[in-house]
Design a protein around this ligand. Structure first.
Ligand SMILES: Nc1ncnc2c1ncn2[C@@H]1O[C@H](COP(=O)(O)OP(=O)(O)OP(=O)(O)O)[C@@H](O)[C@H]1O
Length: 739
């Protein structure tokens, strides 16, 4: 049954008026939804029917992209407001459940409840198309339908406690209607919406899964079989699995195999496995663009997005992105298909890029722990505690020289006091607002637009276009004058042969779209403005720190570069960490860099000066507590920057750390590591949990280089006192009780 929008608006408004939500958040969300006009039946289908859910009668409405179900009361409350008028628009009551289409995973129907919930075995694509066609044909045939059960599988965030509000799980809702035509209509429309509405249409269909059976408690395979596989089957994802046989095999496969059959790559493992996937994809993108892997002029963005399923020892990356290391949550984010660009840092020595870092590059304490813990892997996850205590008690400090590009923030030391002394209480001179990066982060959203423009600019420069001119009278077909030999012309794309004409800029084979005075990058919908005279000046790259390759000039000695904007710091440090995510994990829920944003293009440099053992205990307490903030400690300085260089003055004294020997694309097996107990005044780097030996390094942040399936951690919302588990509809934030 379909119902006209006007009829429904009045009756529903009247019915729901007396049941208006008392919970503030719910009221706001419901009001926002209600404020939207009911779609006109010409542009969008509306369905309104009565169903039975657990033998109770419910009114169920599909309005735009929301499914709303509300218990029908036997005794009706007053339908009119105090003035006796019907309210215009919809107001959902406190017993109303709202589900956004984005959270819907599967819609099934059947003769019985179990038949509706039954998941058919995945079919190959050709068979799938044939099956869909026959199903559609059946729908238009005259045979009366008999399936009276409709099953909706959907994902919802669970809010159980203050510290655990980021977990998601899958729920099932079975609706019964005696009229099988109604069930068929709902089934057809919801499936059509799942297939055609953005972003559900962008969901992953063909997935390449890498499983590390060695990391963590060596339960990667069980984790996948038990938690991920059933969810992927429910969502109809065709997953091809590869179980890694050796270290670096995942990276090698991504570098050499055809990835075109897949929509996304998924890794099941710890931070080392994530690092292998990210390094494999980025080095592959560099090679595909025909660049030198060691000295790329810029780092291109890989086309495949990544899903991270935690199955390691610490799972820092997964925890920082999702706010939890729950496996099902990570799998659900992949299924729902929402992705965000995450910053990745390149780590370079004198010879060029050695690897890419997803979480933290740390020297001193964390470097020593990573190096030492590798020898105690047989202890499992306890190896970190063991190596940590051992390293902590030795309290080594390491001399270092740091150069930081255009640092933001940092701490100003009181004159005359040594940095580690109690009297040297710092005055914080942070100039940026210290916001925490949550879901829907505005800071990261703003960065993504600038980033797309820069990506287009770099791609054009790489194609040899240094500057080009588009005049206001340029039309499709025009060859544009450029400062180089490469060609640039405006083309017209007229896909449907009628109205949808788009001009795009073709630059020696790379297509960038041109719409309304803006260049759109080829594979995103984001723009680069160019000036009013339509002159594209691509030579101005001074503020593009990623384009500046230090190479043979020396990673830490930019003598022949402009010195302005560089800050130099010398000293003895207990720990130096460059973090491009918060680096939170279950042991450290705030992480080393709690204010680091996932996709703002900056890394947080945290410097911990060598100090007393007691102060180190304070540091550890701050790192492991939920309320601690290490920036309040007098011996800690934090800077936000896009790039920093590190050099150990002691490196030249020790032959085994010669720079030419230490250059490795990605750290090799543990057999290659040298003895870490040497007392030579040098530490190692901990790069995503792997050990890197270089004593002269540069770390550069690349804004939103990889797309990862996630929404970002949520702020804590106190659950409504409606009894039972409270679920949050993450599209509009409204609460609902679970039926
Ligand atoms: N089949 C395998 N045999 C041995 N090593 C492997 C195999 N597959 C992957 N590896 C390596 O195992 C290392 C550790 O894996 P991973 O980092 O995922 O687990 P972890 O160290 O326990 O977790 P975390 O890094 O989160 O603490 C990685 O460096 C990876 O290259």
């Amino acid at each position: 049954m379909t119902q006209s929008s006007t009829d429904f608006t009045q009756s529903s408004a009247a019915h729901n008026d007396a049941n208006a939500a008392s919970h503030k958040e719910k009221e706001a969300a419901a009001a926002a939804l209600a404020a939207r006009p009911i779609a006109s039946s010409q542009t969008c289908d509306i369905l309104l029917n009565n169903f039975q859910i657990k033998k109770k009668r419910y009114r169920v409405l599909l309005n735009y992209d929301h499914i709303v179900w509300e218990r029908l009361q036997t005794k009706r409350n007053s339908d009119a407001d105090t003035e006796g008028n019907f309210k215009q628009g919809l107001v959902y009551g406190k017993n109303t459940n709202v589900l956004h289409i984005n959270e819907l995973i599967r819609v099934g129907k059947g003769h019985t409840k179990s038949a509706a919930l039954h998941i058919a075995a995945p079919q190959p694509m050709a068979e799938f198309d044939a099956h869909t066609a026959s199903e559609q044909k059946q729908q238009h045939s005259s045979t009366p339908p008999t399936e009276q059960y409709l099953a909706l599988s959907y994902a919802a965030r669970i809010v159980n406690s203050e510290t655990d509000c980021n977990r998601w799980d899958v729920h099932k809702l079975v609706l019964y209607n005696a009229d099988a035509y109604v069930v068929r209509q709902w089934h057809a429309l919801l499936n059509k919406m799942l297939a055609n509405t953005a972003p559900t249409r962008l969901r992953v269909r063909r997935l390449l899964v890498f499983i590390n059976p060695y990391g963590g408690r060596q339960r990667g395979l069980q984790v996948y079989e038990r938690h991920c596989k059933p969810l992927f089957q429910l969502a109809g994802i065709d997953a091809s699995c590869i179980i890694s046989q050796r270290s670096n095999q995942i990276r090698d496969i991504l570098l050499s195999h055809d990835l075109s059959p897949f929509d996304a790559v998924c890794c099941v493992g710890g931070d080392g496995t994530v690092a292998e996937v990210i390094n494999g994809l980025i080095f592959r993108a560099i090679c595909d663009a025909g660049m030198d892997a060691r000295q790329p002029p810029y780092v291109p963005k890989p086309t495949l997005p990544v899903a991270i399923i935690p199955a390691g020892s610490t799972d820092t990356v997964a925890y920082s992105l999702h706010g939890t290391s729950d496996v099902r949550t990570a799998a659900i984010h992949l299924i729902l298909g929402q992705r965000r660009g995450v910053d990745i840092c390149s780590v370079r020595n004198r010879e060029g890029v050695i690897r890419f870092c997803a979480s933290v590059l740390s020297y001193g304490y964390l470097g020593d722990v990573a190096a030492k813990s590798e020898r105690y892997r047989w202890l499992g996850t306890k190896r970190y505690e063991f190596a940590g205590v051992k390293t902590f008690l030795t309290n080594n400090g390491y001399e270092a020289e740091l150069r930081i590009l255009q640092p933001i923030g940092g701490n100003k030391l009181n004159a005359g006091a040594a940095p580690h002394e109690e009297g040297a209480r710092c005055e914080n001179v942070t100039t940026t607002e210290d916001t925490i990066c949550f879901a829907n982060c505005t800071r990261c959203d703003a960065a993504s637009i600038t980033q797309a423009a820069l990506a287009t600019k770099r791609a054009l420069m790489h194609k040899g276009i240094l500057a080009g001119v588009i005049t206001p009278t340029s039309v499709a077909g025009d060859e544009l004058p450029t400062s180089s030999n490469a060609s640039m012309k405006i083309c017209e794309d007229n896909n449907d042969g009628q109205s949808n004409k788009t001009n795009y800029l073709e630059v020696a084979g790379t297509a960038a779209e041109l719409r309304g005075g803006k260049i759109f990058s080829a594979n995103s919908n984001e723009t680069m403005d160019f000036d009013d005279t339509k002159h594209i000046n691509l030579t101005d790259c001074d503020n593009d720190s990623e384009m500046v390759y230090d190479g043979a000039d020396g990673v830490c000695a930019p003598e022949n570069k402009v010195e302005s904007g560089w800050k130099t710091i010398n000293g003895e440090f207990f720990m130096i960490s460059g973090a491009n995510i918060t680096c939170a994990c279950t042991r450290s829920p705030n992480g080393v860099a709690p204010y680091s944003h996932l996709g703002d293009g900056y890394l947080d440099l945290v410097l911990v000066r060598k100090t007393s053992l007691l102060n180190n205990v304070r540091l550890l307490l701050n790192l492991t507590g939920r309320s601690g903030d290490i920036r309040n400690l007098p011996f800690v300085e934090t800077y936000r920057t896009k790039k920093f260089c590190f050099r150990s003055p002691n490196a030249n004294l020790v032959q085994e750390y010669s720079i030419s020997n230490s250059c490795q694309p990605i750290a090799e097996t543990a057999d290659g590591y040298v003895d870490y107990d040497d007392d030579n005044g040098l530490s190692r780097w901990n790069c995503d949990g792997e050990v890197v030996n270089d004593q002269e390094l540069t770390m550069i942040s690349h804004c939103q280089l990889i797309d990862i399936f996630m929404r970002g951690p949520h702020t804590y919302n106190k659950p409504a006192k409606s009894g039972g588990k409270s679920l949050l509809c993450c599209c509009c934030g409204c609460c609902r009780s679970d039926d």
